[in-house]
Write a protein that binds this ligand. Sequence first.
Ligand code: RIB
Length: 304
Amino acid sequence: MAKVLCFGSLNIDYVYKVDHFVKKGETISSRALDVYSGGKGLNQSVTLGKAGCEAYHAGLIGEDGRFLLDILSDSGVDVSLVGISGDIRSGNALIQNDAEGDNCIILYPGANFAITAGQADEALKNFGCGDYIVLQNEISELPYIVKRAKEKGMTIVLNPSPMNANLTQEILDAADWMVLNEVEAMQLTDSERDGEDELAEALRKHFPRSRFVLTLGERGSCYIDMERKIHQEIFRTEVVDTTAAGDTYTGYFIAGLLRGWDMEKCLKVAAKASSITVSRAGAAPSVPWMREVEESMGISEEGE
Ligand code: RIB
């Protein structure tokens, strides 16, 4: 199996359980406060590790984030490429989790935005042609990391989230794969319609050299390339907390690719894994191990 480097954010998530999201001018009290490991990068690395990949995480934390290293290591992820800054605190996220299990998030980038080109060079030294790099949009030096990974011949998987002006055209054009949701797809393609067929056409037109995995919430997900579109339904479950559902989907989909599974199986296992994540509280702690996913689907590594 190829090696996979996830170069991304590491956050401390402060999750406030609320009846509804706070409105402008309103003060509300939360029912509970939980502190979890999070960050799209860390969540995706944890998923890759739990899914059995040879996974490495690169990023930067402050002294307050040392426990994040244990979470990664316990999930089977190599953390030797994570730096620790003595001067800056770790990134964090203020997350409201409402009665329906939905969330909204405010990020404080912290150390995630103190990553330098030098750190990127150091981390990328260990990887080359055929290896995968998984990126999101929550760290500094993303254009440089993409450029260097491309020069090395790595396969670039981009989760263009959160969507903002830091995602330059060069970054988007360099992606071999994009894993994104329907809102991100609409923004990237200037589409007004969120239908699966319309978004597939728009993505093909705007990014002809990329392949896509599009998640559509309740409507499921699909794989898209120039010739094919393959649809996958969701697995229904009781929703406790949707945080990290997309990260779980992304990590399990990539794990399926690395294992050489056919596209249908990659989509199905990713959908099942993320349905388990939403049935539990928290970000990284809610991500299931591969054995649990396989058992819940009645499949094993050897076959179905
Ligand atoms: O995708 C969920 C993650 O987004 C949270 O863990 C939070 O830290 C933000 O990065």
